[in-house]
Design a protein around this ligand. Sequence first.
Ligand SMILES: NC(=O)c1ccc[n+]([C@@H]2O[C@H](COP(=O)([O-])OP(=O)(O)OC[C@H]3O[C@@H](n4cnc5c(N)ncnc54)[C@H](OP(=O)(O)O)[C@@H]3O)[C@@H](O)[C@H]2O)c1
Length: 258
Amino acid sequence: MATIKQLFDLSGRVSIITGGSAGLGLQMATGLAEAGSNLVICSRNRERCEQAARILRAIGPEVLATACDVSKPDQVERLKDEVLSRFGRVDVLINNAGRTWWASPEETPLDKWQYVIDLNVTGTFLCSQIFGRQMIKQKRGKIINIASASGLRGKNPEVHNSIAYNTTKGAVINMTRDLAVKWAPHNILVNAIAPGFFLASRNQGRFEERKDKILEEIPLGRSGGENDLKGAAVFLASDASDFVTGAILSVDGGATAW
Ligand SMILES: NC(=O)c1ccc[n+]([C@@H]2O[C@H](COP(=O)([O-])OP(=O)(O)OC[C@H]3O[C@@H](n4cnc5c(N)ncnc54)[C@H](OP(=O)(O)O)[C@@H]3O)[C@@H](O)[C@H]2O)c1
């Protein structure tokens, strides 16, 4: 029988975090590095990835930092080639890169709708497909999709007015369940984390404008902080979750509990 420390130990593993240069991606990358994993972090801006990699290398792991737009198949294929030539395999994929476009349903421009779909849904699918093929060869792998509490229900427009985003996160949730079923025979476990509101420099302005309304929806009465996603990410990346697949883990201060 393995000990609990062994079950959560990621020493020597290779984990890819898309959008790992900032925000929640960097927080999860930090957690995985602290648990021993080597890392690949990518986003469109290579310099920002390099800056993040310098912070992560100080924790101890090997880190490959590279540019990749996850909505572009040729770039994801190139990322896979880079990862395999550097590490020879991939154990964990966290599909974290994602963005929103704020607009009401009646005013959402079609090109912005398409941008959000291409990144949040197609990007998640492409990375899963391209790295999933490698995981099928390896006969093991873990995929963690970053969905959102906004993908689980309709949202008060005063809190989050983005039909495009909320639609994509609902799609990511069911993509997670369907991939979990389809790839269980290959020993690829697919789960999602549905974060609630996490404060970041990107959404600080909106938070200040809507603070009372946002916090009113969260039973714990605060936004997510710098440590709040690490545990969920390490759990789903590690052997501690080897009998968990197709699950949607809410990390939202209770926002979807009522
Ligand atoms: N913050 C929250 O409250 C919250 C709540 C629920 C869910 N989430 C989800 O958590 C994830 C991370 O959110 P965040 O708040 O940390 O966002 P963020 O601070 O804006 O970070 C997004 C990351 O994705 C990268 N990215 C954007 N477009 C990309 C593309 N086409 N290809 C590759 N990378 C791309 C960005 O880097 P570049 O710009 O350099 O590409 C950045 O590294 C998203 O999926 C988001 O929907 C966030």
